[in-house]
Design a protein around this ligand. Structure first.
Ligand SMILES: Nc1ncnc2c1ncn2[C@@H]1O[C@H](COP(=O)(O)OP(=O)(O)OP(=O)(O)O)[C@@H](O)[C@H]1O
Ligand SMILES: [Mg+2]
Length: 250
């Protein structure tokens, strides 16, 4: 695949064109992230992501992919610039508003952090219980989510009793059980064999087809071959974008 090299001016022009033509759900304007004592993890990131888009984040280790996802998730805050997610200024999100706001997100992180002292079903029920659903409703919806990832028959097992690929599918069920508007996935196929990885990606694509905005960070070149939109990061900067719908000149 070829990437279009973009100057910052080009990038901004492209962003404003997108903004005029499509509703954006995520908007980065000159966003930077500096961790304490570290070099800049992200610098001057400006881009728009439209509602319902499927966007891949690519780039070498340390490029800033996970940081970018964490900013969208409200796990980290921008050090500079403006980041709007569904109209919310992410620098202004506070402890009270964060849990409510996060309900529209489905997070699939690099480590899936399933609780081993609870069953698969209970792990998937957790986001619903935390947001106030009854046990009956949470149980029903968690079973539906587990069926969607083909794990209905393993609901009562502990996560350790499942393979790595199955555990990753549990984390997908947990991420989608509350019907999020945005799914953020960080290396969802890492450590999976080819078939399990393909299955996980098919599921993410199915959510995208159903209208959910999906942002997926990956090292996996195979996934990028057929991607509609790829944002290429390097040392914290967006250095290129590939967009199958509208190729951008350098
Ligand atoms: N909590 C943190 N504290 C300090 N520096 C951090 C922290 N998290 C990330 N960094 C630094 O920020 C930069 C970007 O890291 P990030 O995890 O976003 O990269 P990445 O593209 O996801 O890499 P990988 O492909 O290895 O997952 C790196 O230089 C990293 O060392
Ligand atoms: Mg990462």
């Amino acid at each position: 695949m070829t990437f279009s090299r973009l100057s910052p001016a080009n990038l901004l022009m492209r962003c404003s064109t997108d903004f005029l033509t499509r509703m954006s759900i995520i908007s980065f304007s000159h966003v930077a992230k500096q961790y304490a004592g570290s070099i800049s993890a992200l610098s001057d990131v400006s881009m728009e992501i439209a509602e319902g888009e499927l966007v891949y984040l690519a780039g070498p280790s340390g490029a800033g992919k996970s940081t970018l996802l964490k900013l969208i998730a409200g796990i980290e805050r921008p050090s500079a610039g403006l980041l709007l997610v569904s109209g919310q200024d992410m620098r202004k999100l506070n402890r009270t508003t964060l849990p409510y706001w996060r309900r529209m997100l489905g997070l699939i992180l690099q480590q899936h952090r399933l609780l081993n002292d609870r069953s698969v079903l209970q792990n998937v029920m957790l986001p619903l219980l935390v947001s106030g659903a009854s046990v009956k409703e949470a149980t029903q919806r968690a079973r539906v989510a587990l069926d969607r990832v083909d794990l209905g028959n393993k609901a009562d097992l502990a996560p350790q009793a499942l393979s790595g690929g199955e555990q990753q599918r549990v984390s997908i069920a947990r991420a989608i059980v509350h019907k999020p508007r945005i799914i953020l996935a960080d290396e969802p196929t890492a450590n999976l064999d080819r078939d399990s990885g393909r299955r996980v990606m098919d599921m993410l694509h199915a959510f995208h087809t159903a209208g959910v905005t999906c942002i997926i960070a990956t090292h996996d070149e195979r996934l990028l071959q057929n991607a509609d939109r790829v944002v290429q990061l390097e040392r914290g900067r967006v250095i290129a974008m590939h967009d199958a719908a509208s190729e951008v000149g350098a």
